[in-house]
Design a protein around this ligand. Structure first.
Ligand SMILES: O=C(CO)[C@@H](O)[C@H](O)COP(=O)(O)O
Length: 224
């Protein structure tokens, strides 16, 4: 079976009890902590920054932390997230003046680097930096808020990204983010995703483990 990873987005967690929420979702079977950084500039919302990432590490979180920067410009915040213990740092190509340089900053700092594509952003730049990318994140909603509906056109884009990744021969995760739930996760995996961000589907449910277990049983039935 494919090495699938479930990455709950803490955007939908209870921020007043963040450490306990992260502990619980990891104990309930999540693989990766998805950490959404919004700057009220690149996107119309404001969330959490490097101090919160660092606080989670000090609190004892050892799981990979996948930092999604919805921030412009990106370069000046990358160093802070490297120090704060980010495992992955992904950013939007349109938020960097020098995409190759931003990717190098992340990798030289010891984290895995990735690019994020909004629903209407083409994948064109990817082919020029494939050798520096460890993750490709496709947004299946317009970024800024949790709880939106999955945009179905993202399935074709996933197939396109999967073909590019497979052709590269590199070990690159293909992550999907926005409107992922138990009902659509199998179709999304069949289109090529291997890493699934889910915010409201998990954190708005009374039983996180039940949702994650149901997601895994859907993934166990994926035909590829
Ligand atoms: O980055 C974002 C939104 O910009 C996402 O990570 C959302 O937080 C996902 O939430 P759901 O769509 O799963 O509720």
């Amino acid at each position: 079976m494919q090495d699938y990873a479930i990455a709950p987005s803490i955007l939908s967690a209870d921020f007043a009890r963040l450490g306990a929420e992260v502990d619980k979702v990891l104990a309930d079977g999540a693989d990766i902590v998805h950490f959404d950084v919004m700057d009220n500039h690149y996107v119309p919302n404001l969330t959490i920054g490097p101090m919160v990432c660092s606080a989670l590490r000090k609190y004892g979180v050892t799981a990979p932390i996948d930092v999604h920067l919805m921030v412009s410009p990106v370069d000046r915040i990358i160093g802070d997230f490297l120090e704060a213990g980010a495992s992955y740092i992904t950013f939007h190509p349109e938020a960097s003046q020098h995409i190759d340089r931003s990717l190098q900053l992340i990798k030289q700092g010891g984290a895995k680097a990735g690019l994020v594509f909004n629903p209407a952003t083409p994948l064109d730049v990817l082919k020029y930096v494939m050798d520096k990318v460890d993750m490709v994140l496709l947004m299946s909603v317009n970024p800024g808020f949790g709880g939106q509906k999955f945009i179905p056109g993202t399935l074709d884009k996933l197939r396109e990204a999967r073909a590019l990744i497979d052709a590269s021969g590199r070990d690159i995760r293909l992550e999907i983010d926005g409107g992922v739930n138990v009902e659509n996760i199998r179709e999304i995996a069949e289109a090529g995703a291997d890493t699934f961000v889910a915010g409201s589907a998990i954190f708005n449910a009374p039983d996180y483990k039940a949702v994650i277990d149901r997601m895994r049983s859907e993934l166990a039935q994926v035909a590829r």
